[in-house]
Design a protein around this ligand. Sequence first.
Ligand SMILES: [Zn+2]
Length: 497
Amino acid sequence: MNRSLLGVVSCLSLFCATGMGQPAPCTVSDHTEYSKKIKEFTTEPVFTTELVDHLPLSSCVPAPDSFLHHIVGAPDVLDYTKDINAYMRLLASKSPRVKVWGIGKSEEGREMLVVAVSDESNLAKLDRYKEITARLADPRGLSEADAQKLIAEGKPIYWADGSIHSPETGAPEMLMELAYRLAVEDTPFIQKIRKDSIVLITPIVEVDGHDRMVDIYMQHKKHPDQAPYPLVWWGHYVAHDNNRDNLGMSLALSRNMLKTFLDWHPTVMHDLHESVPYLYIMTGTGPYNAWLDPIVISEWQEMAYHEIEEMTKRGVIGVWTHGFYDGWAPNYLLSIANNHNSIGRFYETFGNGGADTRVRTLRPADTSREWYRPNPPLAKVKWSARNNINMQQSAILFGMNNLAANGQKFLNNFYLKSKRAVEKARTEGPAAWVFPADDARPGEQARFLNLLQEQGVEVHRIEKEIRLPAGESKTEAPGKAAAARSAQDKGEAKEER
Ligand SMILES: [Zn+2]
């Protein structure tokens, strides 16, 4: 009752065009039919929270079921890329709090999207917010006072992306409901996210593989007597290692994501995966990569423990951290963010490889009580696609709210990490490498330099002959002061062999 009343009042400021061209006030109530189905498809109350156990109904913005003809997380159904993209574009056409644009195409021509959700006034100033994060990302020449002014004016950006791994099918569905919920719900919790941050959503990273996965899943549903064929390839001649490409950039998805990252400098980039029960929140076991600023290591922990605590307080079981990932290897998609001074993180939720509801029996290794898993998963449970949706959507909402509530701190951390990355080059090196103009393999050299440029590395041409001291090695491990002074300090490039 309170929720719908609040919705009606607060939505008076939102207008949608009617058939007569007259703006009519939007109203929000409870979508009782949808909420009833959420409850029906959730197998146990310990697999949901009050954030996602219902859906608001807007008089202006179409809920997912009106377009998809099923609720998000319904059993036995998955949606194709073109339908998910079409729903996101429909949201943007109906809500002033949503914008959608393409970020590039896959090898087979499918479109990857970014869906931006925030207050209308924030969306009107997206270019300014993008300018602020770009300036904080490269603070050379920026005074401390000016940096603090930009931080005070800026908004943190949370970028969530789904399904780089095609058998992990929950995130593209969940992200449709999340975009809708963020656009229309009027609880103070959601209002905070809209007002004090910008959410970016890429519903499907591996768009080609997603469609192949939906094909085989729906074929299996039509012919349940036939075992489903596992996919040989997910994308275009690539499978699980499509998230090992963020340094080499051989795939369209990697290039599209990197280009978008460097365009926006999101404060957080969050990949949504599925494997271990029920929700693993990445922090990692260490050893952590010594090239990463220690600040990001504590940001991983802080964000993870905030979400674990909020979920656990509500009686949700099997939310944990630490194990599973090491935090060293720079070869996951999320490393695009960690390699550029933002926060790269991921979830693993429990999926059923489709939208079946099945009884799942776990191995003792998945259910043992550990210091990092004090509230472990159950040995046996009936698991549904909706459970998966509830877990990932609830937790990421806590993450988004945490970022919005502490936006200045996270933006300041981003600035600090960026500033220290520049200082590290100046004080410890290496700051530059020299590539000879007479390389015997100029084609390979050019490709490599182009790749560095794609990664945001500056490439300059030396215009006059320079002499470098012989035998000066700058290959010390990070943290040790190297003898080299930076090329920027001396106004010239130094050789690194
Ligand atoms: Zn995965």
